[in-house]
Write a protein that binds this ligand. Sequence first.
Ligand code: SF4
Length: 264
Amino acid sequence: MAPNPTPRSSPAGPPAPRRAGRPPSPPARRSDTAPPDPAELAAKARLVHERLCAVYGCPIGYFHDLDPLSELVSSLLSHRTRNADSGRAFQALRSRFADWAALVAAPTDEVERLIHGVRWPEQKAPRIQAVLARVAQRTGGLDLGFLAAMEPAAARAWLEELPGVGPKTSAAVLSFSTLRMPALPVDSHHHRVAARLGLIAPDLAVGPSHPVLRAQLPEAWSAQDLYDNHEVLMLHGQKVCHHRRPACGRCTLADLCPSAFRVA
Ligand code: SF4
């Protein structure tokens, strides 16, 4: 091999004087500080979906078979509450009231007592009554079946005009209810896993993460595909990518994850 004609340093002699004129250029930006490429993120989101589906078994069975209005009540109860507790509260309402109109007419403190096991029952009781009353006012009844005839985006926009209904609840009503419409809900587990994987910025809140995560998945995906995506990311957050001390050593996504073995 020919000797290198321009060694990086010389063991002897003073350093060469700096030339006058333009100052040296700043170092180039590291490529890992550039905004993520949307096409790369979409490919990664697909790979994450495939690997998690292989672990958790897609298609995943729907866990609810509720009409959309009942799903709306269930979703409002579930905010920041364990599934078992919100399920008990939902059953307490169903047992006490013959229909949702009877719940609207009931004393609010009675509703609050019935749902005491959920978080913030004092806020949720009047909220649920207000939402149901608003549905009745806008539609002349208490039935959301008409949403099936709408485009998913329009149906979600209609729901999000109700008091206290955001993207997670509107997506849950479309996806989890008997509507079985294509929509991607994002809960706290799903959101945490997506952030650790770098699919969303670490400071992006749950609400604004909905359109970002949906846009990474194929437009043509069915309701079942999107439901599966939500379910497998949620399950992974519950079973492996825990809030504290995630089990990266047994994670099928470790080679894709910039947070692997870095979260205490
Ligand atoms: S490698 Fe660790 S931090 Fe990343 S998704 Fe898996 S469990 Fe979560």
